[in-house]
Design a protein around this ligand. Structure first.
Ligand SMILES: [Zn+2]
Length: 76
């Protein structure tokens, strides 16, 4: 018996659940768009951690700094 079963295994795109062939160039995604959407999810999570601009402590620091400068100006 020939082990040549015609079983094309299919996989579903993690982003949109569309069927994707194993030999698809964008596997495991159905398209480059879905790949970017999935990567974007991870990237946005990492971005938050490595983005000092959005750190509330930094913003507070900047506010306190400009506030003290204003006081100095008044004192003078
Ligand atoms: Zn997709």
């Amino acid at each position: 018996m020939a082990p040549r079963k015609k079983s094309v295994k299919l996989h579903r795109c993690p982003t949109c659940a569309m069927l994707v062939k194993f030999d698809d160039e964008d596997f495991p995604f159905c398209s480059d768009r879905c790949r970017k959407i999935d990567l974007g999810k991870w990237a946005s999570g990492v971005y938050k951690i490595s983005s000092p601009i959005l750190d509330p402590e930094v913003l507070e620091d900047l506010g306190a700094f400009s506030g003290s400068r204003e006081k100095d100006y008044h004192d003078d």
